[in-house]
Design a protein around this ligand. Structure first.
Ligand SMILES: *[C@@H]1O[C@H](CO)[C@@H](O)[C@H](O)[C@H]1NC(C)=O
Ligand SMILES: *[C@@H]1O[C@H](CO)[C@@H](O)[C@H](O)[C@H]1NC(C)=O
Length: 423
């Protein structure tokens, strides 16, 4: 939820990217691969630094958020029906337990006691009643406010009301707060976000603290001691260009993520109609590999079979929720205009997740070479395909490649047969 001027700037920068993409010529042969960085591909030097230590976010948060599909068109019926749908589809059992209400749940003015007031037309029963309903289903409720004087949709914000608002949220039984960045009076995020951390802590309730300052002040560098996750970029939109741009921006901060605090490249657009099946599969695969929050952004009451297939892929979810909690990253980009990319990361049990991603619109071969994965040349691995749900090969050594259609992404688990340190 950015102001319209920053949305306009984003649009400008995105349109210039798509222009340069479409004017490229794609060589058909595969060029040599150059490692993205000269440090270990799985640098974890900042892992676990500066933890908030509220006991939450041991793995990235999973659930649903109202914004990407509903924007301001929310009400208590939609929220409750979404909770019902998370249960009836089985998505809750797969880990999607947070039901997060975004902007527009409250009235334009505080009440006479100075408290935030749920909109009487759309939330007539109040947030506590919604929370009770969500909790009765075994799910958790998230709410939204803003580290400024207004939210992005111009409801009252929580700046200078941190303690009262945190107390109110806690009294309703809220489990999660997304804290946005509009109307912030030009005060640095480093000053505006810690007071809400302290206010939430003082309530004595465990409340997940999701920082949303759009990556403006490089939050990976300071937010680990403030929140459980921090947005690294501007808002996502339901397009290939937005999704890939955000993935690349979020990648930069990989070494700062770890249990307790995660980089947040924004919520999922899977199922909202603006991308192809292959693009949504890539979006979900890369978000899982990057240890991003998996917050569904579509109408889960009305998903297509394809949308459900993507969101319910248990093997991909397991990568995201792996207890090692190391953010996977882009480890190689071929010199064919960056079309052939390898993204990878270590998992517990000495396994690796490897994604081969075609970033261009002609089919290409993408090859992962052992060097960029941090594997010794002699190490042989077995390869499991997480989208086909099949063991593809045993005793693979040196490199592994596949042919990929336009914008597609394949995702594998590599299990070394012989011991070799990947960290
Ligand atoms: C409050 O902060 C302390 C110190 O980090 C932590 O031990 C405690 O679990 C926190 N409590 C809550 C409710 O978040
Ligand atoms: C369900 O989604 C389809 C598109 O996938 C749409 O055409 C239809 O209107 C939706 N139905 C409801 C009840 O929202």
């Amino acid at each position: 939820m950015t102001s319209s001027s920053s949305l306009f700037l984003l649009f400008l920068s995105l349109s210039s990217i798509s222009l340069s993409l479409s004017s490229r010529i794609y060589p058909l042969i595969e060029e040599p691969i150059k490692p993205v960085s000269r440090i270990s591909p799985f640098d974890t030097s900042n892992y676990g630094k500066l933890q908030l230590n509220n006991g939450l976010a041991r793995t990235p948060q999973m659930g649903w958020n109202s914004w990407n599909f509903f924007a301001c068109n929310i009400n208590e019926k939609v929220i409750k029906e979404t909770a019902d749908a998370l249960i009836s589809t089985g998505l809750a059992d797969l880990g999607y337990i947070y039901v997060n209400i975004d902007d527009c749940w409250h009235s334009l003015l505080r009440n006479l006691k100075g408290e935030l007031k749920p909109d009487p037309k759309t939330f007539p029963s109040g947030i506590k009643a919604v929370a009770d309903y969500i909790h009765s289903k075994g799910l958790k409720l998230g709410i939204y406010s803003d580290a400024g004087i207004f939210t992005c949709q111009v409801r009252p914000g929580s700046l200078y009301h941190e303690n009262d608002d945190a107390e109110l949220f806690a009294s309703w039984g809220v489990d999660y707060l997304k804290y946005d960045n509009c109307f912030n009076l030009g005060i640095k995020p480093e000053e505006r976000y810690p007071p809400m951390r302290d206010a939430l802590n003082s309530t004595g309730h465990s409340i997940f603290y999701s920082i949303c300052e759009w990556g403006v002040d490089d939050p990976a560098l300071w937010a680990g001691s403030v929140g459980n996750s921090w947005r690294t970029t501007d808002d996502i939109s339901d397009t290939w260009v937005s999704m890939t741009t955000i993935a690349d921006l979020n990648d930069k901060w990989a070494s700062y993520a770890g249990p307790g605090g995660w980089n947040d490249p924004d919520m999922l657009e899977v199922g909202n109609g603006g991308m192809t099946y292959q693009e949504y599969r890539a979006h979900f695969s890369i978000w899982a590999l990057m240890k991003a929050p998996l917050l569904i952004g579509c109408d889960v009451r009305n998903m297509t079979a394809e949308t459900f297939e993507i969101l319910s892929n248990e093997e991909v979810i397991a990568v995201n929720q792996d207890p090692l909690g190391v953010q996977g990253r882009k480890v190689s980009v071929a010199e064919n205009e960056g079309c052939s990319q390898v993204w990878a990361g270590p998992l517990s049990g000495n396994q690796l997740v490897v994604a081969l991603w075609n970033r261009c619109s002609q089919s290409v071969t993408v090859t992962a070479k052992w060097g960029v994965l941090g594997l010794d040349e002699s190490t042989s691995v077995s390869v499991r395909d997480l989208w086909k749900h099949e063991n593809l090969a045993e005793n693979v050594a040196g490199s592994f490649g596949a042919r990929l259609d336009s914008h597609d992404c394949k995702m594998y688990i590599f299990t070394p047969a012989t011991y070799s340190s990947v960290m």
